[in-house]
Design a protein around this ligand. Structure first.
Ligand code: URA
Length: 213
């Protein structure tokens, strides 16, 4: 996607199945097993929506009857979950994008500065030519997402889109102030952040709820 000249884009994936799964994720009584299933389902549904404008190119194939023109994705896709919570959405994405490369970014929060610090990254050699989907379920302050996107750009990625389950307006503003060229796809833009930087109403700590910790 080449959108650097256009205004920052936030796409809310408003679909009945996504709304229903998101409600299950938000509900405090949803236990780990059900939470995992709903997050998996919603990641699949989001994959359909956020890949809608991936470019394809024509190529010729032969059916059992005759030659015809088909289509294939123009570029490889690289999925990049941000550890840890991003891993909870990965299987939903790979079930649709079964030949996508998977890269990882690990960030932890420095408790003094409250800033994200990178502790791990692993990028495929195809990153620069890929359509890259950065995955982090909660866009809260926006600092982690923006740091992860900066790492991807430093490693050569040029076509990045950001998939997040729930975004806070503060996170959207911070992310787009640093990366106006990267569209955000989300199931919901919530009210805002509380004093502990949790999204309100949100769903709590996505990693804890997914991993049962
Ligand atoms: N991370 C989470 O898991 N939840 C929030 O509400 C904010 C950041």
């Amino acid at each position: 996607m080449d959108t650097p000249a256009s205004a920052p884009r936030t796409v809310v994936l408003d679909h009945p199945l996504i709304r229903a799964r998101l409600t299950e994720l938000r509900r405090v009584s949803t236990e780990t097993l059900h939470f995992r299933q709903a997050l998996h389902d919603i990641a699949q549904l989001m994959t359909y929506e956020l890949t809608r404008d991936l470019e394809t190119e024509p190529f010729e194939i032969e059916t059992p009857i005759r030659k015809t023109e088909g289509a294939r994705l123009k570029r490889p896709v690289t999925l990049v979950p941000v550890l840890r919570a991003g891993a909870g959405m990965l299987n939903g994405f790979t079930e649709i994008l079964s030949d996508a490369a998977v890269a990882f970014i690990g960030l932890y929060r420095d408790e003094e500065s409250l800033r994200p610090r990178p502790y791990y990254s692993n990028f495929p050699p195809t990153l620069g030519e890929s359509d890259v989907i950065l995955i982090d379920p909660m866009l809260a302050t926006g600092h982690s997402g923006a740091e992860a996107a900066a790492q991807l750009k430093n490693a050569g990625a040029t076509r990045i889109r950001f998939a997040t389950l729930i975004a806070a307006p503060e996170g959207v503003a911070e992310f787009h102030s640093r990366h106006p060229d990267i569209p955000i796809f989300t199931a919901s833009v919530d009210e805002g952040l509380n004093e502990k930087a949790y999204i309100v109403p949100g769903l709590g700590d996505a990693g804890d709820r997914y991993f049962g910790t």
